[in-house]
Design a protein around this ligand. Structure first.
Ligand SMILES: Cc1cc2nc3c(=O)[nH]c(=O)nc-3n(C[C@H](O)[C@H](O)[C@H](O)COP(=O)(O)OP(=O)(O)OC[C@H]3O[C@@H](n4cnc5c(N)ncnc54)[C@H](O)[C@@H]3O)c2cc1C
Length: 548
């Protein structure tokens, strides 16, 4: 393994080869490559395995993840491989009593189903097609990054061909290649080389449990199985997760290993079939994979160091009971990509990345808290302890579960009375502009969005403020204002903003509300806060061609 030497510079001549080098081509590295590639940057990705990983880990993504995929043009195709959830997640005890029944509006606020039940290889194939279609994205499969060192211009990565041969997947080779990059992102998973090479600690948050994960390919994908669409069976004799739809063709069971059980013995067919017999047998299909995973909770101490950042499982790990590991990784990719885009284009300073760590680390820590709290409910194999749990939950005596977090710190505006709105995920509805109708981000455009009701913001702004919005590519829509071509087809935007009690919303490229105001005229104060928060650099304030 190579090491990083942040303090020692290796002098390079000429410009770097690429703008961003991404280590790891799992779903997070794939999505990030597509985001940066679509923004016009030169991207090189290195993946140690010669082929995409053929088996599923994640089985559900949320509406926010789908809006993220929409932004790179991957959501429509991917959605054709998913099953929209009916919006229920049921937790039963051994006696079949309902401990928790999580219900959510199946429509989701981001313009996509609240939960999409999926098979991860389908997602990775769609993301791969999306990224590799871009001429400025070069994906190097079968190259393991083993060296990372700082240069005057950025970083030099050394990759070895065939280094993944230890796993039996590719032919060993002594070939190496080097690439220099202005920025590096470690999207290289739980055992991240980049994280270790940068000397970044992975802080263990204490959760650990071994579970057998069984993916089952059904002969008849429409077969009715006696189980909820998504659920947990909190039976101390064997806690089990059931997922009826893992995409279009599969079902998933996850079974906790009991104390003393041998993980390798538990993956053998003679051990797995008896565990499945309550639901399926050999005549119903095939066991595609049975593997034991150790579910853990952990978070990287630092998310960006110099020009190197972490994203996805390289930065955080959580047990899967909330279905949020990958969703959180996609949040990282989007939160990192819009910042890197501004930095690489010379619009924002390096210190914009400080808010990446502040925001994402706090948010994912809250997600991990909730996932771990759920894990502590289900991962009980002691019957007395399970009985006490059941009495407490059914009697309403159990401590409340941590709430799903919003963005509470970082690049957020402040205006009186708006704390409940700022940092929340925003709504995406259907709009039209002339003959073009569809989801807002497709019709109007993604990125910074400023929504107002009945009057536009632009006339109340200074030239300087309009210049700021132009530089960051903000899009403004004044629903209901004279001359506004964009129409709120279903009236949902007006209902949404009325319910929040706002006339103005400033929405970030990652869909979170930066700022809100009861009056459109207050928007100018928020634009000043935005300019300061974005650490804009270069170009003088009064642009000759301000936004209209
Ligand atoms: C059983 C289970 C169920 C889950 N269910 C859900 C769910 O329902 N919803 C959800 O959101 N999440 C879920 N998750 C979590 C989700 O699967 C992960 O968070 C997600 O796959 C992480 O993606 P990633 O791209 O960050 O990392 P990975 O998918 O691990 O990709 C990292 C890549 O980096 C490569 N790599 C590593 N080192 C190097 C190197 N030195 N050089 C080059 N390449 C390298 C690896 O080969 C790998 O391809 C689940 C996880 C498990 C285990």
């Amino acid at each position: 393994m190579g090491t990083a030497h942040p303090a020692k510079f290796v002098q390079m001549t000429g410009a770097v080869d690429v703008d961003v080098a991404i280590v790891g081509y799992g779903p997070v590295g794939q999505a990030l490559a597509a985001m940066l590639g679509k923004a016009g940057h030169r991207v090189a990705v290195f993946e140690r395995w010669p082929n995409l990983y053929p088996l599923s880990r994640a089985c559900v993504v949320d509406h926010e993840a789908m809006r993220t995929l929409q932004g790179i043009g991957a959501a429509e195709e991917f959605s054709s491989y998913t099953v929209p959830s009916k919006g229920e997640y049921i937790w039963l005890n051994a006696e079949g009593q309902v401990l928790y029944h999580f219900k959510y509006d199946p429509r989701g606020i981001s313009g996509w189903p609240s939960r999409s039940l999926m098979y991860q290889p389908d997602l990775e194939q769609v993301l791969d097609r999306t990224a590799t279609a871009l001429p400025n994205v070069k994906v190097h499969m079968g190259w393991q990054v083993a060296g990372l060192r700082q240069t005057y211009d950025g970083y030099e990565l050394t990759a070895q061909a065939g280094a993944a041969d230890a796993g039996g997947l590719s032919r060993p080779s002594s070939q190496t290649q080097r690439v220099t990059a202005r920025r590096v992102v470690g999207a290289d998973g739980a055992n991240s080389f980049v994280r270790q090479a940068m000397g970044i600690e992975l802080v263990d948050l204490g959760f650990r449990a071994d579970w057998l994960v069984v993916d089952f390919q059904l002969n008849d994908p429409a077969k009715v199985l006696d189980m909820p669409e998504a659920g947990q069976i909190c039976d101390p004799a064997r806690p089990v997760t059931v997922m009826r739809h893992l995409g279009l063709r599969h079902a998933r069971w996850e079974m906790m290993l009991l104390p003393g059980e041998d993980p390798s013995a538990m993956t053998r067919p003679e051990a797995v079939w008896p565990l499945l017999e309550r639901w399926v047998g050999p005549s119903d299909g095939v066991i595609e994979r049975a593997a034991v995973y150790t579910f853990k909770s952990a978070i990287a101490q630092t998310w960006s160091k110099g020009a190197v950042s972490l994203a996805g499982d390289a930065a955080h790990l959580m047990p899967p009971f909330l279905g949020q590991g990958l969703c959180s990784g996609l949040r990282d990719a989007l939160g990192l990509s819009w910042r890197l885009d501004l930095i690489l284009r010379g619009i924002a300073g390096e210190d914009l990345l400080e808010s990446y760590e502040v925001e994402r680390k706090a948010h994912v820590a809250g997600v991990i808290d909730r996932a771990v709290a759920l894990g502590r409910v289900v991962c009980i194999t002691n019957p007395e302890e399970a009985a006490r749990r059941d009495v407490a939950i059914l009697g309403g005596q159990a401590p409340p579960l941590p709430l799903f977090p919003k963005l509470a710190a970082g690049l957020l505006g402040h205006s009186p009375g708006m704390d409940g709105v700022v940092g929340e995920l925003s709504f995406q509805g259907r709009v039209s502009n002339g003959a073009h109708a569809g989801r807002f981000d497709d019709v109007v455009g993604k990125g910074w969005q400023i929504l107002t009701l009945d009057e536009p913001l632009a006339p109340s702004l200074s030239d300087r403020q309009r210049s700021v919005l132009k530089r960051i590519g903000a899009r403004m829509v004044a629903f209901g204002a004279a001359g506004e071509p964009v129409q709120d087809i279903d009236g949902d935007y007006r209902a949404y903003m009325d319910a929040l009690g706002v006339r103005l919303l400033i929405i970030r490229p990652d869909f979170y509300v930066f700022g809100a105001a009861k009056a459109v005229s207050e928007g100018k104060f928020l634009i000043d806060q935005l300019e300061a928060g974005l650490k804009l650099v270069g170009e003088s304030a009064a642009a000759a061609d301000p936004i209209q």
